[in-house]
Design a protein around this ligand. Sequence first.
Ligand code: FEO
Length: 173
Amino acid sequence: MISNKMETAINGQINIEVYSSYLYYAMAAYFEKLSLKGFAHWMRIQALEELTHVQKLITFINDRGGEVKLETVEAPPLKWESPLAALEATYKHEVMVTGLINNLMDTAFEAKDHAAVNFLQWFVAEQVEEEASVDEAVQRLKLVRQSEGGLFLVDREMDNRTFTLPADLVGVF
Ligand code: FEO
């Protein structure tokens, strides 16, 4: 049985993950409008991945006998100064999410909730990957900042991202 404190904390994380998906769909729309199809594709996959995070959290609460509570989701920004500014905002957002996952882990440790500690390990590892992949895109864009041709080359690379459904969600989506 999940404690009220842990249930509330994980429900809060559901809201953040839905917001993350919303934010990345906003970025996908922004890139689409700039005809940067690769960046738009990358952001759509990012948005989809966030929804898989939402599902993992929902399943965990339900499996532990808790109650899922969905709250109002904040509206994301719709425009950024440049593609680089959008990617830098993505990096900053992911660093913030990492901090929240760490807080969740602290809550799980304090509550001696071993099942939650075990469950949250996946999110800890995922955040390392998320920060690294966004940072790589930021660094590439910085390298070609002055060149339009370079921007289109990076756009083509961003188009290569593929979506992989986590094994525990096969058949759920
Ligand atoms: Fe679900 Fe991008 O963190």
